[in-house]
Write a protein that binds this ligand. Structure first.
Ligand code: AMP
Length: 494
């Protein structure tokens, strides 16, 4: 099932073809006779966190049963005979966004390995920032890596740990990694879940009857009728077995730095994170955006779907009608959402169409959640104008994205980020809008947590907007150049 890595490709744990591709969702369940079926449903609800590959590993008391493939959850687990084969009362699952160039099966999780203490499956959301460094050390000590995923580093750290019990080895491994991880693992006896001390990526604990569930977002509880219990705490390790649930906090305590972009775009709006409903947060960001940068207009329209909650908040704040000036086609095949430029250009037109009758002769405020490369904004502004809008004012419910994420959100390298190359006026000119405004960093913070950004000790990870990374970026050699491409070139030269 596992292919070997191509020999001519430099092996960088969290880079595939020079691009970080590690958006993911995880799911784990213990003590339920339908463990695999419930995992598949849970992964369905997490599909937005990764659409390129998915996998489940179950354990039936004697054997582990894996099934992983490229594609979407419904395609991979839609055949009842697949779920039938995944026997057992415990399972973990994973959805992953992988690259167009290297969506190799060897990177599809959960990863599984036989250790001397028995089998262990692992599924990870987030990126480690010292994975390459750890990997080089491990390889120099004889470790043989099978994948390019940074998750495999955990396996080797667990295998080589001097700890006795699995949980000691597990926490020993956690103590050596830097960066973001929301992890679930399945051994012969236990489901283990862990969240990094900063709590960068989400992870929630839920209950279905007597079964425990741990998953990336609470929307995965809703689909299976489970109850949300609480977020897994940053730095917390949860161990679930036949005796129940045990929580330990083996890592040094740090101030939480949850990813603020999960609130802006990535998480599903119906999820509950840190006791906040993501949809309500997005509406508040839209309202804040309106307070900061409203301009005379006739209507507010969202770029669907991601701009919808913020546009509702914006329209409500200024008392303008909220209209669907753009209609989204939900049946666009995955081919057109792949990250190749020539295809992406087509994709924008296939995905959205202007609702002419609404737009004709109108001054429009158009709300989207973010500008990454600017491709979407440019096409959509043009589309709305061609449909007869008199003015198009673009409002963005995040600050300018000037930096790449190294913690698990798929962002292109820095030089491809529009905001890294242009100021707001330059971006406005490029996307062709009459005006362009982004919510401020403080405005975003106020909308999310009711307070401005604490400059000395920020409440969230906002590195993509502020260039302040909450961990050292150990893999980026001297830390002066954050372009993944230059890193790739550097590795290639060694
Ligand atoms: P772009 O066309 O490159 O400027 O991309 C902007 C659009 O991509 C926005 O409308 C967002 O909804 C969406 N977006 C933002 N961040 C991401 C991400 N990490 N992965 C996929 N889509 C994203």
């Amino acid at each position: 099932m596992i292919n070997s890595p191509p020999v001519d490709q430099p092996v960088i744990p969290w880079l595939d073809n020079g691009r970080p591709r590690e958006e993911c969702g995880v799911f784990a369940i213990h003590g339920n006779q339908d463990a695999a079926a419930l995992s598949a449903l849970g992964l369905h609800a997490l599909q937005h966190r990764g659409q390129e590959a998915a996998g489940i590993v179950s354990f039936d008391g004697h054997h582990f049963h894996p099934h992983r493939d490229l594609g979407q959850v419904g395609d991979i687990f839609g055949d009842p005979s697949v779920i039938e084969r995944l026997k057992g009362e415990a399972a973990i699952g994973h959805v992953r966004y992988s690259t167009s160039g290297d969506p190799a099966l060897r990177n599809v999780q959960p990863l599984y390995a036989d250790f001397h203490f028995g089998g262990l499956a692992l599924a990870h959301n987030g990126n480690l920032t010292n994975a390459r460094t750890l990997r080089q050390e491990l390889v120099s000590r004889g470790a043989l890596f099978q994948s390019t995923s940074d998750t495999e580093v955990f396996q080797h750290l667990i295998a080589t740990s001097a700890g006795g019990r699995l949980i000691d080895r597990f926490t020993d491994a956690l103590s050596q990694v830097e960066g973001a991880y929301s992890l679930v693992a399945l051994s012969r006896r236990k489901v283990i879940a862990a969240r990094d001390p900063l709590g960068v990526r989400p992870l929630s604990l839920g209950r279905l009857g007597s079964s425990w569930i741990v998953t990336s977002e609470s929307c995965a509880f809703d689909i299976i009728g489970a109850d949300f219990v609480r977020d897994v705490d940053p730095g917390e390790v949860i161990v679930i077995d036949d005796n129940g649930l045990e929580s330990i906090k083996p890592l040094p305590k740090m101030k939480q730095r949850f990813c603020i972009f999960e609130y802006v775009y990535f998480a599903r709006p119906d999820s509950l994170i840190e006791d906040r409903n993501v949809y309500e947060v997005r509406k508040r960001i839209g309202a804040e955006l309106a307070r900061e940068s409203h301009i005379a207009a006739d209507m507010v329209i969202p770029v669907p779907d991601s701009g919808v909650p913020a546009a509702i908040g914006y329209a409500g704040e200024v008392g303008l009608p909220f209209e669907l000036g753009l209609i989204r086609n939900h049946y666009v095949g995955r081919t057109f959402i792949e990250p190749r430029d020539e295809i992406r250009h087509l994709g924008v037109k296939l995905k959205h169409n202007a609702n002419r009758e609404q737009l004709m002769g109108k001054r429009v405020v158009m709300v989207d959640d973010s500008i990454v490369r600017g491709t979407t904004a440019k096409k959509i502004v043009e589309m709305v104008r061609q449909a007869g809008a008199k003015e198009v004012h673009l409002r963005i419910s995040s600050p300018p994205t000037t930096q790449s994420c190294f913690y698990g959100i798929d962002t292109p390298e820095r030089r491809e980020l529009l905001a890294a190359q242009h100021d707001v006026e330059g971006m406005r000119a490029l996307v062709g809008a009459d005006s362009l405004a982004f919510v401020s960093v403080d405005g975003l913070y106020k909308a999310v947590c009711g307070a401005a950004r604490d400059k000395a000790s920020p409440q969230f990870c906002d590195a993509c907007f502020t260039d302040e990374y909450p961990t050292s970026l150990t893999d980026l050699a001297d830390g002066t150049e954050k372009s993944q491409l230059s890193l790739l070139a550097e590795i290639g030269r060694r």
